[in-house]
Design a protein around this ligand. Structure first.
Ligand code: RIB
Length: 336
């Protein structure tokens, strides 16, 4: 069993002070290129690995943050996670990934575990309101940045997209094409991304012409929910000619259901959705969507979390990232 290598042995081998080794390892303070090179060579040759627990006790940092998402199978969240991991690894931080399946009890269980693990901070996509998890973190002095969704009545940093603007742009696109009968296939009522998208879309449709018809079907952010609610609107009277699916999985479920029912998109029903799908997963991009910058959202959330860790007393910020509308075949050319 090789003896544990100490920082003093590294310093001796590199011919520098122990403080210089510490600066190189923590990427902090000035170090000449020559000294840095000698330290890195000595660390490699001796196989030195810092004692993270000991460092944590001194610096009160563990070099670990956490990302808590609601559906780790959703490419929106895996793309966001990539942005998080890239930004964290740029500063030698580790990321713990937690998945809550939109369940508040699971979210609170994870928040308690992360507090026990002394993570330096948490990036939280709240399952619903997120209040209890945020209160728990605040009680224990653990910095949190809320991502993707808004939370009411909480003094907390938020990094998200402007769902209202995106949904309004999709409604305007369909209204210009002459549609007057609409349906919205939505996620969980009470989640801010659901309520923002529904409210903005319905408002745009009704403000364009109060006699326009619109029906909203709530469900969850799943392919199954897209199927179930797409089935319902096919029996509606008047049948909608344009449908807004409020996230990528709902869009996929609706498209599959329409095709199973022999309904042609966009000839029989125009379909628009929120969230683009990664180009690598889609052979023939077909859906008109509002795309969220998921990767950039992840990176910005990490930057905001590190700012919060360094300056816990600063006023909370809300960073609203722009969305991009991508028009493809599914929204059609308008009514004949
Ligand atoms: O597909 C993921 C997106 O839809 C996220 O914005 C999430 O909040 C859900 O609304």
């Amino acid at each position: 069993m090789s003896a544990k290598i100490t920082i003093k042995e590294v310093a001796k081998k590199a011919g520098v002070a122990a403080m210089t080794v510490s600066r190189v390892l923590n990427r902090s303070g000035y170090v000449s290129e020559d000294a840095r090179s000698r330290v890195e060579s000595a660390v490699a040759e001796l196989g030195y690995v810092p004692n993270q627990l000991a460092r944590g006790l001194r610096s009160k940092r563990t070099g670990t943050i956490a990302l808590v998402v609601t559906d780790i199978t959703n490419p929106f969240f895996t793309t966001m996670a990539r942005g998080v991991e890239d930004a964290a690894s740029d500063t030698s931080n580790l990321v713990l990934f937690c998945n809550t399946d939109e369940n508040e009890a699971e979210e609170q269980r994870y928040m308690r575990l992360l507090i026990e693990k002394r993570v330096d901070g948490v990036l939280l996509v709240p399952a619903q309101a997120g209040q209890q998890s945020l209160e728990l973190a605040k009680t224990h002095g653990v910095p949190v940045v809320v991502v993707d969704r808004a939370v009411s009545g909480q003094e907390v940093d938020v990094v998200r997209c402007d769902s209202r603007d995106g949904a309004t742009r999709l409604a305007d696109l369909l209204l210009i094409k002459g549609h007057q009968h609409f349906a919205v296939l939505a996620g969980h009522h009470g989640v801010s991304t659901t309520d923002d998208r529904v409210e903005a879309f319905v408002t745009a449709v009704k403000q364009s012409n109060p006699s326009n018809s619109i029906e909203v079907h709530y469900g969850d952010f799943s392919v199954r929910s897209g199927h179930e609610n797409a089935k319902k609107i096919l029996n509606a009277e008047p049948r909608p000619t344009a449908v807004f699916a409020a996230n990528n999985f709902i869009s996929i479920g609706a498209l599959q259901e329409f095709r199973q029912q022999g309904i042609s998109v966009p000839e029989d029903i125009a379909l628009v959705g929120f969230d683009d799908l990664p180009a690598a997963l889609v052979t023939f991009p077909f859906l008109t969507v509002v795309a969220q910058p998921a990767y950039e959202m992840g990176r910005r959330a990490v930057e905001q979390l590190f700012k919060r860790i360094e300056n816990p007393e600063a006023s909370p910020e809300e960073i609203l990232l722009p969305t991009e509308i991508i028009v493809r075949a599914s929204s059609g050319n308008g009514l004949k």
